[in-house]
Design a protein around this ligand. Structure first.
Ligand code: 6GU
Length: 255
């Protein structure tokens, strides 16, 4: 009887493994981000360096960059067209975008389809915190003068801007949003607590930091940091964080 159970158990796990061997035997991918763009070259460098690369190496995040042109049925691989309203410039067409998103959705469930555009509310730390808990995200980068509104109405679930200025396209914004999200996945940063002490996480900017030498060209490190008194140093840091926030970002204190 025990033997039979064992055989069944082995059969069960090998059959699951056949469905998705990567998941069970090699690594557990925590998050997958699919980025749709018309200029994939713009995104290669940010995703192949630093924290994002480390997250990929550790198997904690997978980031795929797709060229929307690959889903164009047009013989010139065109992905935009003239706006119906005169003088509005070129507009990204719905068809290749819908085909791309449909193909991705046929392979897995997505938590959000994010559209990056300057005419949206601003992406803030709270968004990064929430999105870092998701499993599958699509990020769609806007380009040209805009995107057919039907994409936004029917395919997109979340629209974000990174600030009140206009960029040529959403690609640099995508790198920023992905970086802010991925670094929060547990295990990505070597010291997990460090993300908790980031500016904004506790509603204050971070206090100043110093390293050796204690004096350089007569510029001295604050004496208190050399005192070795942890309690005094903690109080000092808190005070500095508050003072900095009040001076640079009074809006964060509701002032
Ligand atoms: Cl998400 N895209 C573009 N093109 N410009 C922006 C932006 C996004 N956020 C701020 N400016």
């Amino acid at each position: 009887m025990v033997f039979l159970k064992y055989i069944l158990l082995v059969y069960y796990f090998t059959s699951i493994a056949k469905l998705d061997p990567e998941y069970y035997f090699y690594k557990k991918i925590v998050m997958r981000i699919d980025i749709l763009t018309v200029v994939p070259e713009l995104l290669e460098s940010p995703f192949n360096h630093s924290i994002l690369q480390r997250a990929k190496d550790k198997g904690l995040a997978e980031i795929y960059i797709h060229n929307i042109r690959d889903w164009s049925t047009n013989k010139h691989k065109q992905v935009d067209d003239y706006a119906f309203s005169k003088g509005a410039g070129m507009v990204m067409s719905i068809e290749p975008i819908d085909r791309a998103i449909s193909e991705l959705k046929s392979q897995r469930d997505y938590d959000e389809v994010i559209f990056l555009t300057p005419d949206a509310r601003q992406f803030v730390q709270r968004d990064a915190n929430l999105l870092s808990l998701k499993t599958n995200l699509i990020i769609l980068c806007g380009h040209y003068k805009g995107i057919d509104q039907r994409v936004r109405d029917h395919l997109v679930t979340l629209e974000l801007s990174i600030g009140d200025y206009v960029l040529t396209g959403g690609e640099l914004a995508a790198a920023i949003v992905a970086d802010a999200i991925v670094r929060l996945i547990p295990g990505v940063l070597s010291d997990e607590t460090s993300a908790l002490t980031d500016s904004f996480q506790d509603g204050l900017l971070t206090p100043p930091v110093y390293t050796r030498p204690a004096e350089y060209k007569g510029w001295r490190v604050p004496e208190i940091l050399l005192s070795g008194n942890d309690k005094l140093i903690d109080d000092w840091k808190q005070e500095q964080a508050y003072e900095r926030t009040k001076r640079i970002r009074p809006d964060m204190l509701g002032e």
